[in-house]
Design a protein around this ligand. Structure first.
Ligand code: G3P
Ligand code: MG
Length: 395
């Protein structure tokens, strides 16, 4: 089979444990929501045929990894597994039994890191969760190992006047509400697993919790959100820790123009916090997902393990192949702010080079956006051209 890139055809050979691998973004590279982008299926099938390792690395979420890969395998016609799949909230499972603590991570500005000061594992703590369907997000969090997960529906059922309007998703909330651990539980962490739908209720509850005394629902602390206290740094026992799974302001869906992502929700919440605190206290948060190094580090570990598994499965008798390190990962993405920036800024602890390839099938549009702010290693038409370009470069 040959690969064509801008007319040049290119004979691929089956490689024994190539030293390189791919990371593919999904929305805008492989799919527009549910519709495969031309060339995506044949490209992934080709890589699988020649045992060239790849993972899918998306800021999308909302389904458990197992459910999403089954859905993606069907849509793309390519067998995928949770072993080569990382979505926005996947790394949150690390927080069940450990804390991320203070860590110097490239690509994350101080704001995102500022308040990671060693929250111990959250397994037995009450966490608040929201997303496209908070009841589904709760099931994912419980599958990760969190034991006490509270949704907006639970809070609304116990405190109906907390939200003064007719809730838009009332039936769904009534159908999925569970009793609270106590009437006004202490909540230690707030998770946004993927793009919320009910911004009105979600922002009300999240801000209530950030203004509360030690995360206790229904209380108010005039300390929180005040610059004089903020200057004393993040007091984890003062406010629940706020986690976002990505900060995509836009993403590439089925509509011809980019759509708001979780970053728009984050900006709306930060805008309300700014109004309430008179601009004196920054909305402290921890954000993962692309472009942040925590997600690229997590993805690199998944990719390295997957590559070793492929080698094992293919029974490579070439011992040298096993030893050859993963020297290069090609990150194929459509969003300069997440995919390209993240690969460009990530410095791998194992010395792996991350090259970035920007495709023209997603968020970025040269006429509308001009030259990408984060310069990719290459700009190509689509995912098939991206792989052709990389294979040619690898010779
Ligand atoms: O919600 C999905 C969006 O934020 C981006 O997804 O696959 O382009 O990283 P993806
Ligand atoms: Mg994308």
């Amino acid at each position: 089979r040959t690969f064509t890139r801008d007319g040049t055809s290119f004979k691929a050979t089956s490689r024994t444990a190539p030293p390189f691998a791919f990371a593919f973004d999904i929305d805008g590279v492989l799919l527009h929501v549910a519709k495969p982008i031309p060339g995506a299926t044949e490209t992934l099938q080709y890589l699988q045929r020649y045992d060239i390792p790849f993972i899918l690395l998306t800021n999308g979420g909302g389904k458990h990894e197992q459910e999403r890969v089954e859905d993606l395998s069907k849509r793309l016609g390519v067998p995928l597994s949770t072993e080569n799949f990382v979505q926005s909230h996947t790394p949150f499972q690390e927080l069940v039994h450990r804390s991320w603590g203070q860590s110097q991570i490239n690509g994350q500005t101080e704001t995102e890191l500022q308040n990671e000061n060693g929250l111990s594992g959250l397994v037995d703590k009450n966490i608040f969760i929201t997303g496209s369907d908070p009841a589904k997000s709760r099931l994912i969090a419980e599958a990760y190992g969190f034991k006490s997960v509270i949704t907006p529906a639970d809070i609304l059922a116990t405190h109906p006047t907390l939200f003064p309007f007719e809730p838009l998703l009332k039936d769904r909330y009534i159908a999925t509400a569970r009793p609270l651990p106590s009437a006004n539980p202490k909540i230690d962490a707030i998770f946004v697993f993927n793009d919320p739908r009910d911004w009105a209720l979600d922002t009300q509850i999240i801000i209530d919790l950030l203004l509360s005394q030690d995360g206790i629902l229904g209380t108010y602390s005039s300390k929180n959100g005040r610059a004089e206290y903020e200057n004393h740094g993040w007091q984890a026992d003062n406010q629940p820790h706020l986690y976002f799974s990505n900060h995509d302001l836009f993403w590439s869906a089925a509509y011809h123009l980019p759509r708001f992502g979780q970053g728009a929700f984050q900006a709306a919440l930060a805008g309300i916090w700014n109004q309430i605190t008179g601009g004196k206290a920054e909305l402290k948060r921890s954000t993962i997902g692309k472009p942040y190094a925590r997600t690229y580090g997590y993805a690199e570990r998944v990719l390295s393990q997957w590559r070793a598994e492929l080698l094992r499965r293919s029974g490579r008798e070439d011992p040298k192949a096993e030893a050859r390190p993963l020297t290069r990962v090609y990150m194929v993405g459509d969003n300069p702010e997440s995919d390209i920036r993240g690969a460009n800024e990530y410095s791998s602890p194992q010395g792996t080079e991350w090259a970035s390839i920007l495709v023209r099938t997603g968020v970025w549009n040269k006429d509308r956006d001009g030259e990408p702010k984060h310069k990719p290693t290459a700009i190509v038409d689509d995912v098939k051209s991206a792989v052709g370009w990389a294979l040619e470069r690898e010779g």
